[in-house]
Design a protein around this ligand. Structure first.
Ligand code: HEC
Ligand code: HEC
Ligand code: HEC
Ligand code: HEC
Length: 394
């Protein structure tokens, strides 16, 4: 199906979108009435939890009117296709094994699809990993859906928005848990939350879910089929998000440098969090914990190399940074060493480390989040593999 959609242009695909969205509408799933997802009041949650609250998902169709090319692009990705291909339950052995054990597929929906409550009391599954799986839940009271698209009273246009209105709007959206392209660390962490599997049981031999630990690399995965930077020109899939480019003036290269670093920070933080959530301290003896510690270790190795090059660039024309400038990264490296030196790792220690990494990552974004000081990293660019999946160019 993906190939067929890829070959048609966005201009003439309005009718196709119509057919497909109608079809998605029908593609509900009421497989498990017993395990309903309880909506939680928006005000009682902080922004991070709100963005993951699937009862507040509006579904991709809520984005279609204003983001047609983004939508068309999503239809050609594995993120859209996976549910259809994988969740014909009688055919999927992983699902069958899991269902036998737990009697509910809610765990799978966390990454593979977006269930939400529908009006008629029937659980409805949005097809695939959808817009809000990455950009955060947008609905509910205090959700960002309406606010993010309004520049001011009546028909105020993009160029007419006042700086004050812009700031208030962005602050509101961030507070409401919107994960927008300008927040590169959050975006990277969002990918890792699914592409690193945090559930030892799921990947045990018993269930046999595939592990994507070693496979997921941020830049090739972002630059392939997932890329949909169409906002200011619905006919051109730009190399980096057009709105962020407009507002912060960052080149694709600058954003890539930042992604190189935040990829490692995000992997390290997410892996520490998974270690902190192991069922008990004994679980540190299992192979799964070793894999997670391996992720942290690999991340630290990459960072170490990046820090070295930033302090002493290969290219003598590139100004070197000093120790103070890379402090946020060295904090993370020290934290890893501290953890690695423990006689016995504990969940509490992993939780502490996760918090420290998160803080350091935010500090990094504040100080170097525009990528301008990271030029020395450009020597690594040619190492990146090919983009994963075709890029949609309508
Ligand atoms: C009524 C039209 C409309 C709808 C519906 C809509 N958007 Fe938007 N969206 C916009 C506009 C306009 C902007 C540009 C805002 C700006 O200039 O900051 C935008 C920007 C965005 C951005 C980029 C923000 C940034 O700061 O770079 C994302 C991500 C986004 N929308 C996601 C979504 C998702 C997901 C949905 C569905 C849940 C959705 N939008 C529904 C109009 C809409
Ligand atoms: C934490 C996120 C997460 C959860 C939870 C999860 N999956 Fe997955 N699943 C993934 C990712 C990521 C991939 C892609 C792995 C890759 O390509 O490296 C995947 C791949 C798959 C595949 C494709 C395997 C293949 O060889 O192509 C199947 C089938 C699958 N998952 C079924 C399930 C079922 C059934 C459940 C619930 C019991 C589930 N998954 C829960 C993230 C998850
Ligand atoms: C796999 C995660 C993922 C999914 C699914 C996803 N997005 Fe995005 N989106 C991103 C990322 C990441 C970026 C920024 C890309 C970058 O940094 O290179 C982005 C950028 C955007 C932008 C800004 C484009 C620009 O030119 O400024 C909009 C608008 C947007 N997405 C809307 C949507 C809509 C609507 C959907 C669903 C039809 C969707 N996204 C699905 C991850 C996702
Ligand atoms: C809500 C969970 C979730 C999030 C968030 C998520 N993904 Fe995925 N992604 C999946 C699953 C599940 C699959 C596997 C689909 C399958 O094969 O069944 C997948 C597959 C992919 C694939 C296709 C892999 C292939 O081998 O063809 C790419 C590329 C990808 N994801 C990139 C990203 C990027 C980049 C981000 C962050 C911007 C991201 N994903 C965020 C769940 C997620």
């Amino acid at each position: 199906m993906g190939n067929r959609i890829r070959t048609i242009s966005v201009i003439c695909c309005g009718c196709l979108l119509f057919i497909l969205t109608g079809w998605i509408n029908l593609h509900g799933d009421d497989g498990n009435p017993s395990s309903s997802i309880k909506p939680v009041s928006a005000t009682s949650r902080n922004a991070y939890h709100r963005s993951a609250d699937r009862s507040l998902f509006m579904g991709a169709r809520a984005c279609l009117d204003c983001h047609r090319s983004e939508f068309a692009s999503w239809l050609s990705t594995e993120h859209f296709n996976n549910t259809i291909n994988r969740f014909e339950l009688d055919k999927d052995t992983i699902a069958k094994r899991y269902l036998e054990k737990h009697g509910s597929l809610d765990r799978c929906y966390q990454c593979h699809a977006a269930p939400k409550q529908k009006r008629f009391g029937r659980k409805f599954v949005e097809t695939g990993t959808s817009c809000e799986s990455c950009h955060g839940a947008s609905g509910g009271e205090g959700g960002w859906l309406n606010r993010h698209a309004v520049y001011g009273p009546n028909t105020t246009h993009l160029e007419q928005e006042t700086p004050q209105h812009f700031q208030n709007r962005i602050d509101f959206c961030d507070q409401a848990g919107m994960i927008r392209p300008g927040r590169q660390y959050l975006m990277a962490k969002q990918c890792m939350s699914c592409h690193l599997i945090g559930d030892p049981e799921l990947i045990s031999e018993d269930i046999g879910h595939p592990v994507s630990f070693d496979k997921f690399e941020l830049l090739p995965y972002l630059n392939g089929e997932v890329r949909h930077n169409f906002h200011l020109n619905q006919r051109n899939n730009a190399k980096s998000p057009t709105l962020d480019t407009l507002r912060r003036g960052l080149s694709p290269t600058q954003r890539q440098r930042v992604y190189m670093i935040v990829e490692q920070l995000a992997k390290i933080e997410v892996a520490f969090n998974y270690l902190a959530n192991l069922p008990n301290e004994e679980a540190f003896e299992e192979r799964y914990a070793d894999e997670l510690i391996g992720i942290v270790e690999d991340g630290a190795d990459f960072l170490d190399e990046y820090v070295e090059v930033l302090l002493e660039p290969d290219d003598s024309d590139v100004p070197p940074l000093n120790e103070a400038a890379v402090e946020s990264l060295t904090i993370v490296l020290e934290e890893f060493e501290k953890f690695d030196d423990l006689d016995e790792p504990t969940r509490a220690a992993a939780a502490d480390s996760a918090r420290i990494v998160s803080k350091a990552a935010n500090q990094f974004m504040t100080v170097m989040g525009d990528g301008s000081k990271l030029e020395a990293l450009d020597i690594f660019f040619e190492d990146f593999g090919d983009p994963v999946g075709d890029i949609l160019q309508p």
